[in-house]
Design a protein around this ligand. Structure first.
Ligand code: IPM
Ligand code: MG
Length: 346
């Protein structure tokens, strides 16, 4: 069976981390004997330059026909038109493909805890997954309004939207340590009151999973003071955006964290959680591990290549342990050198 993979390198450091990662994917496909067809498409700022819009029809069409999508990063100071921003492509593709569930793991592996900005003894053993609702909430709620004197964003959620993300999170917790933390702002927001009710309703079907509710401000604090207490965290779109950036630096660098987004059926999208880092683009400085770990997630979840995924992850964590990292992780190496290390060690 041959898989269809669509690569969307995007902007800034996106193309550099994508190209090297695709070479690693090719290397693995030879070693592990699996086949795929690859198409690369413009997305984000580069698509605005070439097509006038961040998510051209041809790009979306290719994504719809794919088994998996690999995304680098989008955005940059070059694209300033508030009505035509690269980020709108990101929201557009999430909505068009129904990618409602965004999975963002945070792991502090043995031997890498010294890289954390938090005291080592606090982060040791940290291993949790943040499940972020990705197609609802204030990102998409209508009405929206912006003029010189007032602005409006709407935070809306339906029971159905909360139920389906809750099920993803409970299913995941069941396979892990059976601990689910639901994060909301139930003391203030109506959408959060509904959120908490629905989580409690869904919990009835998962008696083996222990559920805790945390207010988002408290959760932000617990992530710093005691991150190892978490197993699965589930939260709405905007809280998930913020908490996942916070989580991602616990292992030492935003450049390390991968993510996967999926719909009820259809292709999954894999991307590092960092942005396009235009300040270091084309300087061979970007940390490629977030992209490579996203490729590992893709291998495991969309290509059923669990062994290749494990192999790639093991190599990456070994390199980090040995200090073979980019500058953001206190290393001395360039992006291209890291890719070479990965290849040699595979
Ligand atoms: C992310 C990003 C996006 C988001 C931006 C670029 C629109 O921060 O994927 O976390 O807010 O979802
Ligand atoms: Mg974000």
């Amino acid at each position: 069976m041959s898989y269809k993979i669509v690569a969307l390198p995007g902007d800034g450091i996106g193309p550099e981390i994508m190209n090297g990662s695709l070479a690693i994917l090719e290397h693995l496909s030879n070693a592990y004997n699996f086949e795929y067809e690859l198409e690369t498409h413009d997305f984000g700022g580069i698509a605005i330059d070439n097509y006038g819009e961040p998510l051209p029809f041809s790009t979306l069409d290719a994504c719809k026909k794919a088994d998996a999508i690999l995304l680098g990063a989008v955005g940059g100071p070059k694209w300033t038109d508030p009505n035509n921003r690269p980020e709108q492509g990101l929201l557009g593709i999430r909505k068009a493909l129904g990618l409602f569930a965004n999975i963002r793991p945070t792991t502090v592996t043995k031997g890498t805890s010294h890289l954390s900005p938090i005291k080592e003894e606090r982060v040791v053993g940290t291993d949790f997954v943040l499940v972020r609702e990705l197609t609802g909430g204030i990102y998409f709620g209508e009405p929206k309004k912006l003029n010189d004197n007032d602005a409006l964003d709407s935070l809306t959620y339906t029971r159905k939207e909360i139920e389906r993300i809750a099920k993803v999170a409970f299913d995941l917790a069941q396979k892990r340590q059976q601990k689910l933390t639901s994060v909301d702002k139930e003391n203030v927001l109506s959408s959060s009151k509904l959120w908490r009710n629905v989580i409690n309703d869904v919990a009835q079907s998962y008696p083996d999973v222990e559920v805790n509710h945390l207010l988002v401000d408290a959760c932000a604090m617990h992530l710093i003071t005691n991150p190892s207490q978490f197993d699965v965290i589930v939260t709405e779109n905007l809280f998930g955006d913020i908490l996942s950036d916070e989580s991602s630096v616990i292992p030492g660098s935003l450049g390390l964290s991968p993510s996967a987004s999926f719909s009820e059926q259809g292709p999954r999208l894999y991307e590092p959680i960092h942005g396009s880092a235009p300040d270091i683009a084309n300087q061979d400085k970007a940390n490629p591990f977030g992209m490579l770990l996203s490729v590992a997630m893709c291998l495991r979840e969309s290509l059923n290549e669990e062994t290749a995924a494990n192999h790639l992850e093991t190599v990456i964590y070994q390199l980090i342990k040995e200090g073979k990292t980019t500058r953001d992780l206190n290393g001395n190496y360039n992006t291209s050198e890291i890719f070479n290390f990965v290849k040699e060690n595979l």
